[in-house]
Design a protein around this ligand. Structure first.
Ligand SMILES: Nc1nc2c(c(=O)[nH]1)N[C@H]1C(S)=C(S)[C@@H](COP(=O)(O)OP(=O)(O)OC[C@H]3O[C@@H](n4cnc5c(=O)[nH]c(N)nc54)[C@H](O)[C@@H]3O)O[C@H]1N2
Ligand SMILES: Nc1nc2c(c(=O)[nH]1)N[C@H]1C(S)=C(S)[C@@H](COP(=O)(O)OP(=O)(O)OC[C@H]3O[C@@H](n4cnc5c(=O)[nH]c(N)nc54)[C@H](O)[C@@H]3O)O[C@H]1N2
Ligand SMILES: [Mo]
Length: 607
């Protein structure tokens, strides 16, 4: 039995599922994560833990770099703080192959070839050393490995990085000069750019820029990737605790890679998988290599999907259990950006026969005759008061937390640091910021210093793939939805009725592709047919389509991505993904008809 949970809704009650399956007698689980592990691990190795300053601290920054992050769409609540800083005279740099809405306010937009950020960061460090812009006092006291790093980047000139990234050496000089002279500086890094096979190392090189310039532990300064200060209830703070191939609780458990879900499911034979339980996720559209995922799901004997909607994954199920929505059961939630613990209060009963997951598990446990005392400990009873009692017991270890207190409003997580690392205490093996990390080398087989190597799928590699598929396929997020959710809302569909491929006119011309025409995006893993939209500002050589579209809505981007892991953290290297685009000569008559009618677009694609 594979128990698979996605990121749909988070809260303390999510722990009930795994608790049930442990009592049930063991299960196959997944390790790694689709979202952020390369960056989490790079941060942990360098700074000791994943935390950052309070969101509002950004307003004190004089230099903000949004590096591979598009908060104007994906973290809109961050933008007012950036705006405040700008009004106080701060400067804004954006590093992104696309000219995003975030870049509208930037004085400098750096558009790297995808997967080349590490080279840019090494070259910026070269300039900092070369021009004496390193904060020597800070470096001597708090860094480990700066001398080794100085030697490492000696030949990494801006011209060298230009050859790799396509970014003009002058722009890299300017990035480094601003980092070396404008203080305090914050780098807010996104998740999109750490989904390559070389990106853990790139993230380490970017953090090093802040460390070399003394921009850690100070007001308005620092590294913003993930603020796990509110993650006080579980193990998420230690990324390694998320990968449980062992048997920590003595229960037989097999663990397979989330990034390689389809491939690993097909390979699992001790014991072979017979059944799958999916909850809060839509792996058919969101996990890499959709064709493999579909194949693996279809060969099972039995599939259960717990979801609010008839998603592509639910369409594969033998049994669909309609789930509650976040409004239909109280829960306690943290965050990964702000530092608050909050009560999410139930506002309405679930409709019809819908049961919250906790209730599904409780009834199942009864039916299966699982030990009643252990079930009562792990799973709340049926009523709202039972759920509240269960939540209260989870809050009990924390002096400042109780439901009564949370009912009055959000509470800062216990131990929260407003300016992260203000005490300059780093829980790394050396107690310093580790630019040189033996742990990185031991655990992940990478160079102990940040370095740069070509991502696996790269147009600069001489390989069959790079000659047949010369375009980078980027699959960012959009303000119009959360991943695969919300396109069933008519008001959202009105804004974005169907998937589109953004393409530079410079790439379209040699392929005789006209704006608005239907094109086929393909590689040796799969293909899609979508309309093309000209985007003059996207870096030529890159095409882009937002992720989250269902197959039944016009095609998921993950037909094209590969099931493979990032260099560290067991993340998913979605963006290591080369494709070719061609005119789709004929529209099959059926598809043409379906385009006119909303109803038909949502009909069964499996036929
Ligand atoms: N190519 C490509 N693929 C990507 C990404 C990318 O950038 N490019 N991004 C990746 C990232 S960062 C992420 S986080 C993942 C997200 O992928 P998933 O983790 O699969 O999350 P969602 O697509 O948001 O789907 C969540 C599902 O949970 C359901 N749901 C919501 N609330 C509840 C609930 O209370 N109970 C139950 N049972 N179900 C509920 C929703 O209806 C929805 O079907 O996608 C990843 N996939
Ligand atoms: N509205 C909305 N908000 C969301 C979400 C959503 O689905 N919708 N999802 C939430 C989740 S789960 C996540 S993980 C976050 C993600 O938040 P972000 O990280 O901001 O979003 P992404 O679109 O994944 O990636 C950001 C940017 O990285 C760029 N990028 C891709 N490759 C490279 C590269 O090689 N180098 C550089 N420098 N940039 C590159 C992309 O062009 C993109 O603009 O957003 C969260 N917020
Ligand atoms: Mo994510």
């Amino acid at each position: 039995m594979l128990f698979f949970q996605g990121s749909g809704t988070k809260g303390l009650l999510n722990a009930v599922g795994p608790a049930f399956f442990r009592l049930y007698g063991g299960y196959t689980t997944t390790y790694g994560d689709l979202c952020w592990p390369a960056g989490l691990e790079a941060t942990r190795l360098t700074l000791g833990e994943n935390k950052h300053s309070a969101p509002w601290d950004l307003a004190h920054s004089k230099l903000i770099i949004f590096w591979g992050k598009n908060p104007a769409e994906t973290n809109i609540h961050q933008m007012p703080f950036a705006e405040q800083a700008l009004q106080n005279g701060a400067r804004l740099i954006v590093v992104d192959p696309r000219r995003t809405e975030t870049a509208e306010r930037a004085e400098l937009l750096i558009q790297p070839r995808p997967g080349s950020d590490g080279a840019i960061a090494l070259a910026a460090a070269h300039v900092l050393f070369r021009d004496g812009l390193v904060d020597d006092g800070f470096v001597r006291r708090h860094l480990r490995g700066h001398e080794e790093y100085r030697r490492r980047v000696r030949d990494c000139t801006p011209e060298w990085a230009e050859g790799i990234s396509g970014v003009p050496a002058s722009a890299i000089e300017r990035l480094a000069a601003e980092m070396g002279t404008v203080r305090p500086a914050t780098i807010s890094a996104g998740y999109g750019m750490q989904r390559y096979t070389n990106s853990g190392q790139a993230m380490r090189a970017i953090i090093a820029l802040l460390a070399l310039t003394g921009n850690i532990g100070r007001v308005g300064a620092g590294w913003q990737f993930a603020n796990l200060q509110s993650a006080i209830f579980d193990e998420v703070k230690d990324p390694l605790a998320l990968y449980p191939p062992e048997k920590p609780d003595g229960v037989a458990r097999v663990s397979i890679s989330t990034a390689r879900l389809g491939r690993d499911m097909l390979k699992t034979d001790d014991p072979p998988l017979k059944m799958m339980w999916v909850e809060r996720g839509n792996p058919v559209t969101q996990n890499p290599e959709t064709n493999k995922v579909l194949q693996a799901i279809r060969q099972l004997d039995f599939r259960v999907v717990v979801d609010q909607f008839l998603t592509d994954t639910a369409r594969q199920a033998d049994l669909i259990l309609p789930s509650k929505t976040m409004f239909e059961q109280s829960d306690v939630i943290g965050a990964y950006w702000h530092p608050y613990i909050q009560l999410k209060q139930k506002v309405i009963d679930p409709p019809g026969q819908v049961k919250p997951e906790s209730e599904v598990y409780r009834l199942l446990a009864q039916r299966l005759d699982l030990p009643a005392d252990q079930v009562a400990e792990a799973i709340p009873g049926p009523g709202d008061a039972d759920v509240e009692r269960w939540l209260e017991s989870r809050l009990a270890p924390f002096e400042t937390l109780s439901l009564a207190r949370l009912r009055q409003g959000p509470v800062l997580a216990p131990g929260h640091q407003e300016v992260a690392f203000e005490d300059l205490v780093f829980s790394t093996p050396s107690g310093k910021i580790e630019i040189l990390s033996e742990e990185a080398a031991q655990r992940w087989g990478v160079d102990p210093l940040p370095d740069w190597s070509e991502a696996q799928e790269s147009t600069r590699r001489k390989s069959a793939a790079s000659s047949s598929f010369p375009l980078y396929f980027m699959t960012p997020n959009t303000k119009n939805r959360i991943h695969s959710q919300f396109n069933n809302l008519r008001m959202i569909r009105r804004h974005s009725p169907a998937p589109e491929l953004s393409m530079s006119p410079l790439d379209a011309a040699p392929r005789q592709i006209r704006p608005g025409s239907l094109v086929r995006v393909f590689n040796d893993r799969g293909w899609l047919e979508v309309k093309v939209r000209f985007e003059p500002s996207i870096l030529p050589g890159c095409v882009s389509m937002t992720n989250g579209w269902w197959i039944s809505e016009g095609g998921t981007v993950n037909f094209l991505s590969a099931g493979r892991e990032t260099d560290m953290g067991h993340g998913a290297a979605f963006h290591d993904n080369l494709v070719e685009v061609e005119r789709a000569e004929r529209i099959p008559p059926k598809a043409a008809k379906a385009q006119g009618s909303e109803k038909k677009r949502f009909t069964d694609y499996t036929k």
